[in-house]
Ligand binder design. Structure first.
Ligand SMILES: [Zn+2]
Length: 55
């Protein structure tokens, strides 16, 4: 099951694995918001999405 995180700024990231998702969220938060997002928080922000759904 893929997971997706929508940032307040409009950024959206989707990944097939938690590790990948957390990595992308942390990278975005650091580069754009100068924020360090803990793994727990990144996963808390995420919601499961159907892998077949495209936006
Ligand atoms: Zn953002």
């Amino acid at each position: 099951m893929a997971k997706q995180v929508n940032c307040d700024c409009g950024f959206m990231v989707r990944a097939q694995s938690d590790d990948e998702l957390v990595e992308h969220v942390q990278l975005h938060a650091r580069e754009i918001h100068q924020m360090d997002v803990p793994r727990d928080k990144a996963l808390e922000m995420s919601k499961p999405v159907e892998a077949t759904v495209t936006i």
